[in-house]
Design a protein around this ligand. Structure first.
Ligand SMILES: *Cc1c(COP(=O)(O)O)cnc(C)c1O
Length: 394
C-alpha cells in the first residue's frame, strides 16, 4: 500500500492512491508504465484518433438548445452531444483507448464491470472491433433494470456474468471484477469504466475522456465567440464530468458544477449524492468520498439512474471539491424525470436518466441567469436504454 508521501503514487492532493491486494501491484505498475510510454507515442495517438473519428463518430456536435433556452427565459444552454457517440454514451471514448492499450501490452483477455450497461456495451464493442476476448460483470439487479444492454453485450460477443452478491448492483460487480483480475492478472486487462479505482485508472480514464472538453471548448468559442459561463455534468464515478471539465479547469472564470444522483434527497438515506453527503474513506482501491455508516460499512444507495447508483466517486472530484475549483450539487429522481420530459419535448432529444440529473440542475440555473450567459451541459448519453424504467414513471 502506498501513502501520500509517494510522489508518483497517483494522488490528487489527499485522494486517490492504490489501496489494493499486493498481488495487483505488479499489474498496476505494468499498466502505469505502459500507459506513460505507449499512449503518448505518435503511432498510438494516430490509431486512436482514426478510431475516434471512424468508429466512435467524433467529433460529437455541440448543439444550441434554442427552444429549451427560450422557454426557460434565461441563460442559453448548449449541449455537448455524447449521446451521438457510437453505442450511445461517452463510455466508448475510454473503452476504445483501453482496448488499444491492452492490445499493445499483449493482453487479449478483457474484463469489465458495468452498472447501467453502457460501459459493458462500449467495452464489448471495442473488444469485438479488435478481436479481444471480453467478460463483463453486471449486478443481477442491473441486468433486470437494463435488459436491452445485457442483450447487446451478448450479441457483441461478450460473456455476461450476473453478480448475485450484496445489493446486486455496480459496487458488487466491481468486487467480482477485482477478484477475477487478482486470479488472472497475467493474461487479463481490467477496463475500468469511470475515473475510479487505484492509480493509474483515474488519471488514465480522465485522459481518454478529456477529448470531450477539448472539442467542446473549441466548439463553444466558435459558436459564441467566448468561453461558457458555466459547465454542468452529471457525476456517477465522474468520467463524463472530468472529461468535459478538464479543459476548463485553468479557466477560472468558468464555473464548473457536477450533479449527483439525489434519489429521494440526501436526508432520505436513499440517494447516491456522495460528495454532497458522504465522508472520506477507501473504496475500490482509492481514497475518496463515499457513502458509509459510522463503522465504515459502505451504505446502500438509490438512484432512478443505474449509472449514478454508486456509493463512491473518483478521487480527482474529491480533490476538485475540496480545493473549491468545482462545485457539486444533486438532483433527485423526480427532478431528473421532469428534465428528461422537458428536453425530449422541446428539443427532440431523449437523454439518458443519468444525463437528466445534470439537465435538472441546468434548467433551474438557466432560469436564474440573464440571457447573455451561456451554460454548457455534457449530454453524456441517450435515453433508449432507460425506456422500460421511465415507462412506469411518466
Ligand atoms: C455511465 C454513465 C454515466 C455515469 O458515469 P460517469 O463516469 O460519472 O460519467 C453518466 N451518463 C451516462 C449516459 C452513462 O452511461
Amino acid at each position: 500500500m502506498q501513502t501520500q508521501t509517494d510522489t508518483d503514487a497517483g494522488f490528487f492532493g489527499a485522494f486517490g492512491g492504490r489501496y489494493v491486494p499486493e498481488t495487483l501491484v505488479p499489474a498496476l505498475d505494468q499498466l502505469e508504465q505502459s500507459y506513460r510510454r505507449i499512449v503518448p507515442e505518435p503511432a498510438f495517438q494516430q490509431e486512436l484518433a482514426d478510431l475516434l473519428r471512424d468508429f466512435v463518430g467524433r467529433s460529437t456536435p455541440l448543439f444550441f438548445a434554442r427552444r429549451l433556452s427560450e422557454q426557460l427565459g434565461g441563460a442559453r444552454i448548449y449541449l455537448k452531444r455524447e449521446d451521438l457517440a457510437h453505442t450511445g454514451a461517452h463510455k466508448i471514448n475510454n473503452a476504445v483507448g483501453q482496448a488499444l492499450l491492452a492490445e499493445r501490452m499483449g493482453k487479449r483477455r478483457i474484463i469489465a464491470e458495468t452498472g447501467a450497461g453502457q460501459h459493458g456495451v462500449a467495452t464489448a464493442a471495442a473488444c469485438a472491433l479488435r478481436g479481444l476476448e471480453c467478460h463483463v460483470y453486471m449486478g443481477a439487479e442491473d441486468i433486470r433494470r437494463q435488459r436491452a444492454n445485457a442483450l447487446r453485450m451478448r450479441l457483441l460477443g461478450a460473456e455476461l456474468i450476473s453478480v448475485d452478491s450484496g445489493t446486486r448492483t455496480l459496487k458488487d460487480a466491481i468486487n467480482e471484477a477485482i477478484r477475477d483480475w487478482v486470479t488472472n492478472v497475467e493474461t487479463t486487462h481490467y477496463v475500468i469504466g469511470s475515473v475510479v479505482g487505484p492509480a493509474p485508472y483515474p488519471e488514465m480514464v480522465r485522459d481518454f475522456q478529456a477529448v470531450i472538453g477539448r472539442e467542446a471548448r473549441e466548439q463553444i468559442r466558435a459558436a459564441t465567440g467566448r468561453l461558457p459561463d458555466e459547465v454542468h455534468a452529471c457525476v456517477g464515478g465522474g468520467s463524463n464530468a472530468i472529461g468535459i471539465f478538464h479543459a476548463f479547469v485553468p479557466d477560472s472564470g468558468v464555473r464548473l458544477v457536477g450533479i449527483e444522483g439525489g434519489g429521494y434527497g440526501p436526508d432520505s438515506r436513499r440517494h447516491a449524492a456522495t460528495l454532497s453527503a458522504g465522508s472520506i474513506g477507501v473504496l475500490h482501491g482509492a481514497r475518496s468520498y463515499l457513502l458509509q455508516d459510522k463503522d465504515g460499512q459502505v451504505s446502500g444507495t438509490h438512484s432512478v439512474s443505474a449509472g449514478l447508483d454508486y456509493p463512491g466517486v473518483g478521487p480527482e472530484h474529491a480533490y476538485l471539491r475540496d480545493s473549491g475549483r468545482v462545485e457539486y450539487s444533486w438532483a433527485g429522481d423526480e427532478q431528473a424525470l421532469e428534465a428528461l420530459k422537458l428536453l425530449s419535448r422541446t428539443e427532440g432529444i431523449l437523454p439518458a436518466l443519468e444525463t437528466a440529473h445534470a439537465l435538472a440542475y441546468s434548467i433551474e440555473r438557466a432560469r436564474e441567469l440573464p440571457s447573455d450567459q451561456t451554460i454548457l451541459v455534457s449530454l453524456s448519453g441517450r435515453g433508449d436504454k432507460d425506456l422500460e424504467i421511465v415507462e412506469g414513471l411518466v
